[in-house]
Design a protein around this ligand. Structure first.
Ligand code: BTN
Length: 266
């Protein structure tokens, strides 16, 4: 593991205690400062680390998000990554992002009573603002080798700790609840939901994942603008198909978008 050394094993603000029953999080590496929990876990995965290992850091110096963007990760957040090794075709991995979004939203609802909703493809919103981002990164040859599920939750800090350009669109748990929360308990709640969702995914229950995602969606029915690799698609978000792609009704007909940057217009 790059940067392995005593400094990374200092006690951090998140203490052990993940449920023993769950497959995910049975092995938990808690570190003080890392470049990125996903980067560290990728290095471990390449060395044969088993499914379910979780890396969590108090602070990331080079956290990354979707579309090659950076991910601001100040102290007080909940920054962690989970290693999955699903026995599915590489094309099926996209649905893991939706599964993770559902799991995080359910954990926030059940554990903290927050009205969490989902923005396609993988943002968790509260009051229309981004509370959590999810990034699934996979490695495959002919078959899928592993997926690193990175979860970045704005937890116990104020948005003033984020770069200025993010402050309008972001929100933190501390701001919504007007108090700090036990991040380990929140992570445990997320891992429990992920464990259930991942179990259903591995059992082939993929239609159910899309159905649950739609129930929690903030995107469907909204006017959206999606920047894709090949251009801009603007219209009303009409559906999410069985693969997890967004179907947008434009003046020229329905357009299916596999990936892109989606903005809610109204
Ligand atoms: C997004 O762009 O919305 C996804 C953000 C994912 C951030 C998390 S924080 C933990 C893990 N480590 C990273 O470097 N990224 C993910």
């Amino acid at each position: 593991m790059q940067g392995r050394g005593k400094v990374f094993y200092r006690a951090c603000g998140i203490r052990p205690g993940v449920d023993r029953g769950t497959r995910l999080g049975a092995k938990l590496l808690m570190l003080d400062v890392l470049e990125s929990t996903s980067q560290t876990l990728r290095e471990l995965a390449q060395d044969g680390e088993p499914e379910g290992t979780v890396v969590v850091a108090e602070e990331q110096r080079a956290g990354h998000g979707r579309l090659g963007r950076g991910w601001a990760s100040p102290k007080g957040g909940l920054w962690f990554s989970v290693l999955l090794r699903p026995q599915v075709a590489p094309a099926d991995a996209q649905k893991l992002t939706l599964m993770a979004g559902v799991a995080v939203a359910l954990a926030l609802r059940k554990h903290l009573g927050l009205e969490a909703r989902l923005k396609w493809p993988n943002d968790v919103l509260v009051s229309g603002k981004k509370l959590c981002g999810i990034l699934a990164e996979s490695r495959s040859n002919e078959k899928l080798e592993y997926v690193i599920l990175g979860i970045g939750m704005n937890a116990n800090f104020l948005v003033s700790a984020l770069p200025e350009e993010l402050r309008q669109s972001a929100i933190t748990v501390r701001e919504v609840l007007r108090r700090t929360v036990d991040r380990l308990a929140l992570m445990r709640a997320i891992l429990n939901e992920l464990d259930a969702g991942y179990g259903a995914f591995c059992a082939g229950d993929k239609g159910e994942i899309v159905a649950r995602w739609k129930e929690l969606s903030e995107t469907l029915g909204r006017k959206v603008r999606v920047e894709t690799g090949t251009g801009i698609v603007e219209g009303v978000a009409e559906d999410v198909d069985a693969r997890g792609a967004l179907v947008v009704r434009t003046p020229d007909g329905a357009v299916t978008v596999d990936s892109g940057d989606c903005v809610h217009l109204r």
